[in-house]
Write a protein of this length. Structure first.
Length: 270
């Protein structure tokens, strides 16, 4: 397969040479939700171009890695993604992940620590802290009709697919594989990080809540801030999300300030 024009992360990146010519902004590596593809982050390159150089991290079994088998072991997946990020990193970097992607971002912060150092910030949404077990009915083993029902509640799949069940079939293996890893996840014996953490969730998100979000503060000796916006689980299209992500990137790439162990919760800041 011709891989010219890819960024080493398994994603088409025609802007890579241009991005590398402007090294002043930090790199932002984006991890998708369960079943998600890197393509969902493509508009970010335009929307937050002033804040970061956006890199789209593709997981096996979808998008440009469609022909690869979906992930079956978290350690293998993290090692694969870490190798791809190491090949692209050229300075300060930030990890962002939504839902399952939040867990991947957390694991990658530890996996990349020996070679790249910690990220400038770990930015997560739609997931309680890694020490909190998955709070909802597991999706990965549900029959197709019940799975679609649950996905509809999470607003995690386009209606065009949910309303045409046959069209969703090709996407289910990757979704089930990711969901299994997310739902069976248990925090390992990682040392505490020292980077800033920023966590966001929608106020009606069934997979995250303020108490669970505050558990991210356990994962760092730096400051951890929590915010809730008026949204559900899939919140990256909400206007308040864009205000939050831009503010977070600007704030977290500024010179560090004295950190503490407590987390700060702000409701409806924007």
């Amino acid at each position: 397969m011709d891989d010219r024009g890819t960024d080493g992360l398994g994603t088409t990146d025609g802007h890579l040479a241009h991005e590398r010519s402007r090294p002043g902004r930090p790199q932002l590596f984006c991890l998708p939700h369960a079943g998600g593809s890197a393509a969902g982050f493509a508009p970010w390159r335009r929307r937050i171009a002033a804040n970061a150089r956006v890199h789209l991290v593709e997981l096996p079994g979808r998008g440009t890695r469609w022909e690869e088998p979906p992930p079956d072991r978290l350690a293998t997946l993290v090692a694969d993604l870490a190798s791809r990020i190491r090949a692209e990193a050229d300075g300060p970097y930030v990890l962002y992940g939504h839902s399952f992607g939040a867990l991947l971002a957390y694991e990658l912060a530890h996996a990349l620590r020996p070679s790249l150092g910690e990220p400038t910030a770990l930015v997560v949404s739609g997931r309680n802290g890694p020490g909190v077990p998955h709070p909802a009915v597991p999706l990965h083993g549900l029959p197709k009709d019940r799975l679609i029902e649950q996905l509809r509640e999470l607003d995690g799949v386009p209606l065009t697919l949910l309303d045409n069940p046959d069209l969703i079939d090709p996407f289910l293996p990757a979704l089930r594989a990711d969901a299994r890893l997310a739902e069976l996840y248990r925090r390992g014996r990682h040392p505490v990080l020292s980077c800033r953490i920023r966590a966001l969730a929608g106020e009606t998100d069934p997979l995250a809540d303020p108490a669970g979000l505050h558990r991210w503060a356990e994962e760092t000796t730096a400051d951890c801030e929590v915010e809730i916006i008026p949204a559900g689980h899939m919140l990256t299209g909400h206007p308040a999300f864009w205000g939050w992500i831009r503010h977070t990137l600007s704030e977290c790439t500024a010179p560090p300030y004295r950190a503490d162990r407590h987390s700060v919760e702000r409701f409806g800041r924007r």
